[in-house]
Design a protein around this ligand. Structure first.
Ligand code: EPU
Length: 302
């Protein structure tokens, strides 16, 4: 098969894998999204920089994707080069310090910390996704967030250069479900986390409790992207949506989960259009009833 000029140009300079016209539905937890021009798996930071340079010289947009657990892509696909970080999966530990590349899953980091009796990663229990995405959005639960453990982040500033920069935790500008990294469109390539020695049985208990609470309160079987909206200050988006009477409503194959109102689930064949219709309906009804404007936590790519 002959490759498109974009895929061809990228294949020439990257050492990792390149897929052309790849359906993004295969790469997102929502199971939604049309084809991308090219989907590239860089092997390391140099490879990622090469992809960005090549895309720039072709005038093509670049979007970074980890495990695709918090993102909605359009049904018609997107004229962009997608950098998928899952082949950047190196990890090194030294005492309480853990260095990992962007594509390592939070579950692997948690598993490793538990095996070594290190405490601090328990909040990661049940959070799907990759380290890079989790750092950029400061993923977390009430038990903790990435900001509580990350000490250093390496990023590619794609607008400048592209240039590789090291940020300490303060420079990363973490806040509730956000960071300067996200605001400025930087690409996380690796991060260093600090854990402390803990009591194995207590660590396991905290992890088990978090997993059990998730199983009880969240839809775990159907495809979704987790919490759709951020919790407004002092409020819970799930409660506001339930109180607006929206639990269980559906548009096409997308449904406001009857289990947790801040989840939209793909009950089969849901499109991005279906999900966006629900997002708008929820926003409108909650605004009418409470005056609160809900902000999305998931990343909607247009
Ligand atoms: N609630 C309802 N109806 C619902 C759902 C929730 O009334 O349909 C109420 C609950 O009873 C509770 C409150 O809303 O009083 C908060 O709900 P919950 O305890 O389920 O937590 P959450 O605030 O909705 C947050 C994170 C989750 C994380 C859980 C557990 C956000 C936006 N979400 O959810 O993260 O798993 O806490 O710690 O901060 C994610 O980010 O994708 C995610 C799933």
């Amino acid at each position: 098969m002959t490759l498109s000029p974009t895929a061809e140009a990228i294949r020439k300079i990257v050492r990792g894998k390149v897929l052309e016209r790849e359906q993004l539905a295969k790469h997102t937890s929502f199971r939604i999204g049309g084809p991308a021009l090219a989907l590239v798996y860089p092997l390391d930071v140099e490879d990622a920089v090469s992809v960005i340079e090549a895309a720039r010289s072709l005038g093509t947009r670049v979007i970074v994707l980890g495990h695709g657990t918090n993102v909605l892509f359009p049904d018609e696909g997107i004229d962009a080069v997608i950098i998928k970080t899952t082949m950047m999966d190196g990890m090194k530990t030294s005492g309480g310090q853990v260095w990992a590349q962007a594509g390592v899953s939070l579950s692997k980091i948690l598993e490793d910390a538990m095996r070594r009796g290190m405490s601090g990663a328990e909040f990661m229990a049940g959070i799907p996704g990759s380290l890079g995405g989790a750092v950029a959005m400061n993923a977390g639960t009430r038990a903790g967030d990435m900001a509580s453990v990350v000490s250093q982040v390496t990023v590619i500033e794609s607008s400048a250069g592209p240039r590789v920069t090291h940020l300490d935790a303060r420079q990363a500008g973490f806040r509730y479900r956000g960071s300067r990294i996200l605001d400025e469109g930087m690409i996380v390539t690796d991060a260093t986390m600090e854990f402390s020695l803990g009591e194995a049985s207590e660590i396991k208990q905290r992890v088990d409790e978090a997993l059990e609470s998730r199983r009880r309160t969240q839809p775990t079987r159907l495809p979704s992207a987790g919490s759709v909206f951020k919790n407004p200050p002092g409020q819970a988006a799930g409660r506001l949506i339930e109180e607006a009477g929206l639990k269980g409503i559906s548009r096409g194959g997308a449904q406001v989960s009857p289990v947790h109102a801040n989840f939209i689930v793909n009950t089969g064949g849901a499109t991005a259009v279906d999900v966006l219709a629900l997002v708008e309906e929820i926003r409108l009804r909650v605004k009418e009833l409470t005056g609160i404007t809900l902000e999305t936590e998931i990343k909607i790519v247009r």
